[in-house]
Write a protein that binds this ligand. Structure first.
Ligand code: PMP
Length: 302
């Protein structure tokens, strides 16, 4: 089935969406990207975009940081996304990649005096980490927290170094530390530990990306399981002694971590709290829990 892109204000086949080689962002990473999931509910024969508005709000914030004037309103972006995914017609889980970028075909490192544009495309994408229990390593690459909390394309090269180092060493994913040596996040996920029956996760002030899945997990833990999340610095050693650990992300959903640096997390099986959160989350993203229906946007007209 063909994929489509929204490109230069039109819907066109994905393979026809091409950029010039001098496009500014291609050279300097001067772009903000997002990742939004469309989750297929086979019973309802419907595809649901999950918390798409929150993703676009984060994109607006990121654009503000890097001087990108996004020429669309929230409602327009939502409509473009629904129309794009509906046009693709997939009956499986999809991933939408919106990108706001410095579009001038002009070189020179800067953010000023450059035009901006927005594109988006959708394609089928199954499980991201492709394992039900991940093994992780602490990366030798420290993550940059100078320009935190935005999905700036150029910043992701550190994440890519960390990810490939992890794969080369036989792990599924890397856990990056802050320059101060505290636990930060995975290359494309936030991280949670279960310590003394509470959830613990690094604070925004450590420079992590404030994940939408992270927020979802914190709300579900509080409202559905009566478990508070403590946002605090996490020492590396706590990774080894926590009872449970899991990663969260739009692509990775909630992925349990069974092993870190060759040490089992807990007993090496999926922990009880992780399992409960996973079950809740997997129902909610396909709009099977009416309490959270406001997070789901249906794509297909019935
Ligand atoms: N951290 C990083 C570095 C990421 O790339 C992502 C994926 N967007 C996340 C965390 C998780 O964010 P979200 O739950 O909003 O996808």
């Amino acid at each position: 089935m063909p994929s489509y892109a929204y490109f230069h204000k039109q819907f066109i086949p994905l393979e026809e969406a091409k950029l010039g080689v001098m496009t500014n962002f291609l050279h300097y990473g001067t772009a903000i990207f997002e990742g939004i999931r469309g989750n297929w509910n086979s019973q309802q024969k419907q595809l649901f975009l999950f918390r798409a508005k929150e993703h676009y709000q984060r994109m607006f914030n990121g654009c503000h940081v890097v001087n990108i004037n996004l020429p669309y309103s929230m409602d327009e972006l939502m409509q473009i996304t629904v129309d794009l995914v509906a046009k693709c017609g997939f009956e499986e889980d999809v991933y939408v990649r919106p990108l706001s970028y410095k579009s001038s075909e002009s070189l020179g490192v800067r953010l000023h005096d450059l035009e901006c544009d927005f594109l988006a495309f959708a394609f089928p994408w199954g499980p991201y980490l492709d394992t039900d229990k991940a093994s992780c390593c602490v990366s030798s690459w420290r993550f940059p927290n100078e320009v935190p909390r935005a999905k700036i394309s150029g910043l992701y090269v550190t994440n890519a170094l960390a990810k490939t180092e992890a794969i080369d060493n036989g792990f599924h994913e890397a856990i990056m530390l802050t320059p101060d040596g505290y636990v930060a996040e995975g290359s494309g996920e936030n991280i949670f530990l279960v310590i003394d029956g509470q959830l613990v996760t690094p604070p925004g002030s450590d420079g992590i990306l404030i994940g939408i899945t992270r927020d979802t997990v914190m709300q579900l833990a509080k409202n559905e399981l009566d478990i508070e999340t403590v946002e605090r610095h996490i020492d590396r050693v706590e990774l080894y002694t926590a009872k449970e650990c899991f990663l969260t992300g739009t692509a990775a959903h909630i992925t349990p971590v069974a092993e870190i640096d060759h040490r089992k997390v807990g007993d090496g099986e999926i922990g009880e709290i992780t399992r409960k959160l996973q079950n809740l989350y997997m129902d909610i993203i396909v709009n099977e829990n009416p309490r959270y229906a406001h997070w789901c946007t249906p794509v297909y007209k019935k």
